[in-house]
Design a protein around this ligand. Structure first.
Ligand code: 2NL
Length: 363
């Protein structure tokens, strides 16, 4: 027989089970046990049919209200559990779309600014129809000096300017090349005019102070044809410098100079503005010495198997380290060769950012 006290005990049990259900599956079991076909509440409702009309008047509304409260508690608990499950998923699957993209292993390294600048120089001269030639760092005296019209006894041929290797048994004395000119000598001896070549690479001189390192980088250029002249030289240099420094125009100043391998020889200054922390090329009232050049000396042409009555040409040489510092605002030459990973991560270039003229070189 049903009484009101057992009904409230049943309700308390069911509501406690609802509150204690830890997830939606447990809650579903609680629902079936209470409101399912053979559930505890359903069984109570079935007893209404066996009651007298008087009893039904009392227990009918009480049981219906109990069933409604249980159903309401189940629905509330179901919503609460679903909300909690969603919150947990949101927290565990959180994705910060503002985080910077992590670089792949292929991209974590950095290209040294000197390498990047050599690539820029190669891109510019390639577009002008030059080929790029390289040669060994260890050279013969003949290729580094004799072919280039350095007289015997020239100061550059002395121990205090040049790194010589130990003398070989046959008396030959190899050296670390002091410029990349030997590569151009090889190009002239190997090919036939017209020759248009640039030679970038490491060079060595016995020198070490604030602005000199014993190893440095140079690029030389050479054009040989039947009528290559100084007008072409001026155009090539102007075109190169304005493309390299990414400015609309440059103004050059040619001063007479001397090199054993060119005649006439010139030093070239570029108009610039010297500011406390930067040098701006192509504007201002200052001049910056940037390279040396000239018409290839007839003796050099002859030494390289060319007839000076038929062929002539021009050449130039330029330090890469300093123009890299100028372009990318690196204040100290020695940092270029200190192999400091923090410096490289700051000044270095992403490995897949090949410089191209179409992309605007450095952008
Ligand atoms: C400078 C000047 C220069 C050359 C390099 C050259 C090479 C051959 C023949 C003739 Cl094979 N000339 N190179 C010419 C003029 C100047 O370098 O101040 N370099 C840093």
């Amino acid at each position: 027989m049903t009484d009101l006290a057992s009904l409230s005990a049943l309700e308390a049990d069911v509501l406690a089970a609802v509150a204690g259900a830890a997830d939606e599956a447990a809650l579903e079991s609680v629902r079936v046990a209470a409101l399912g076909k053979k559930g505890s509440v359903s069984e109570k409702l079935k007893t209404l049919g066996t009651m007298s009309p008087d009893e039904r008047k009392t227990f009918g509304p009480a049981l219906n209200a109990l069933r409604d409260r249980v159903a309401g508690a189940l629905a509330d608990r179901k919503t609460a559990l679903a909300d909690a499950a969603l919150e947990a998923r949101l927290a565990s699957e959180r994705l910060d779309v503002s985080l910077p993209v992590r670089e792949s292993a292929l991209e974590t390294g950095r290209i040294h600014p000197v390498s990047q600048v050599m690539e820029e120089i190669a891109a510019i001269f390639s577009a002008m129809g030059f080929s790029i030639a390289e040669g060994p760092d260890i050279e013969t005296d003949e290729l580094n000096f004799t072919a280039l019209n350095f007289p015997v006894g020239h100061p550059a041929r002395e121990m205090h300017d040049t790194f010589f290797l130990p003398e070989k048994a046959n008396g030959e004395r190899l050296l670390l090349r002091t410029h990349t000119s030997p590569v151009q000598v090889r190009a002239m001896r190997a090919g036939t005019p017209p020759i248009r070549v640039i030679c970038p690479g490491r060079t060595y001189r016995f020198d070490m102070d604030q602005t000199h390192t014993p190893m440095f980088h140079q690029v030389e250029g050479l054009v040989i044809d039947e009528s290559a002249h100084m007008g072409h030289l001026k155009w090539v240099l102007e075109e190169f410098l304005k493309t390299f420094f990414e400015v609309p125009s440059v103004e050059l100043r040619f001063r007479p100079s001397f090199f054993p391998f060119t005649e006439p020889s010139m030093e070239v200054d570029v108009r610039c503005r010297k500011l406390p922390n930067e040098v701006r090329i192509g504007e201002g009232d200052d001049w910056l010495e940037i390279l040396g050049c000239g018409m290839v000396h007839p003796n050099v042409l002859r030494n390289c198997g060319l007839d000076p009555d038929k062929h002539q040409g021009f050449a130039w040489g330029m330090g890469i380290d300093r123009i890299a510092m100028l372009k990318y605002g690196m204040p100290d030459l020695r940092d270029l060769f200190a192999a400091d990973a923090r410096w490289l991560s700051h000044y270095g270039f992403r490995p897949l950012d090949f410089p191209t003229l179409a992309a605007g070189l450095s952008s």
